[in-house]
Design a protein around this ligand. Sequence first.
Ligand SMILES: NC(=O)c1ccc[n+]([C@@H]2O[C@H](COP(=O)([O-])OP(=O)(O)OC[C@H]3O[C@@H](n4cnc5c(N)ncnc54)[C@H](O)[C@@H]3O)[C@@H](O)[C@H]2O)c1
Length: 416
Amino acid sequence: MARVPIAIVGCGGMGGRHLYGLQELYGTDMCNVELVAACDLRRENAELLADNAAKLLGKRPLVFTDMAEMVRAIPDLQAVDITTDSGSHHVVATAAFDLGLHVMCEKPLALTIRGCNLILEAQKRAGKILSVAEQYRRDPMRRLVKALIDAEAIGRPYILFEISAGGGNQIIIWPWRHYKHIGGIVVDAGVHTCDVMQYYLGAPREVMARTGLYEKIRYKGERLGVQDFYRHWYAEVPDQITATAEDMLMSMITFESGVIAQWTTFVSAHGKGFGQSVLYGSRGSLHDPGSRNGRPVVLHLDGQGELSGDAVLDLVPDFHLDEVTAKLFGGDRLGHYEMGFPAADRKLVALEYQELGACILEGKQPEVDGLVGRKALAMCNAALESGVVNRTVRLDEIEEERTAVYEAEINRHWGI
Ligand SMILES: NC(=O)c1ccc[n+]([C@@H]2O[C@H](COP(=O)([O-])OP(=O)(O)OC[C@H]3O[C@@H](n4cnc5c(N)ncnc54)[C@H](O)[C@@H]3O)[C@@H](O)[C@H]2O)c1
């Protein structure tokens, strides 16, 4: 199978995690990309990723600190996988398009609508593929939830509760998740939630929210990051930081369909944390298990009681996972799966790479393209805007930049 030469740009925590997705894909007969370069402003980060790639993939990619130099040195390079911090996505992605490359960009596509639009305009100029690396919806259990909703297994959807609390006053993942101009945690994590909500329920119409910053000083815990992917840089993190980004968002989102979601994320909750994602409909409820845990979807239906696992599959006789997902997860009709976070995580990243390769080689369009990625950000930013302007904010106002009080400071910081 032909392999598209690609580079990873941004060799920190997520760049390193993406290597495991590549390793997963390399181990199948569906591999259609090849890592040929690693690029980071910090040469030592690119060298570290290249060393790990040599171990995991069997070949060391070339190392660069500048994308233009990388393209000159590797004329057949076709695509970049952008895993730089979120604030820089609009800078790196527009530069990549202007260098004639296809782009897969980590979520969020950018931090503001203006940033997203700069990327979309550059994509149009270049005529290349833009895929947003949004993996949560690709989990087999998420695919099943979507099929169950579409089949009206719980009847007509009424109300979604999407609520989580935890975090206390610790630094969450990495310091920049608390800085508004690089990518605050409400957007960093919330954009996943918003993408899953739009995937399940369709287009959102308007949002009313309260937002806040409860823990202005955050402290370094014994563990940072996701699993061990950030350990290499642990000593660089100060003992405490001053947060500038919100750590609480409580919102009510109305979708075009009339469904209402109560989306709350409270990452400064002390004590016992919790998380729930439950959709209520006209015939029952659906507990969404989340992604990368393989736990079954649980339904409670009027007159039938609880249904979960394989029993749920009877409600969606036509449900099948796509061929690549089915091969990676070991079946095309899964009611649950048995694997932990690391294995499921790398399979989902493998799916993203495989889709990118297929888009470039076969002219397909990515599932989460620039407009879908922008919509997920618009949901987050509509809620953050509502928290600032103290009124209900429509999604079209955000997407057309007719109100951008929240985003103005970020746009100013980046000079866009
Ligand atoms: N999909 C997911 O589940 C998931 C999980 C974690 C992170 N992410 C996303 O991945 C991205 C990276 O996050 P991270 O945690 O790895 O960040 P990080 O800070 O660990 O790493 C970012 C790297 O990018 C480099 N960099 C910054 N600007 C650059 C530029 N202009 N050119 C080249 N290199 C540059 C930095 O030197 C650093 O090595 C973020 O957008 C984040 O939201 C997604």
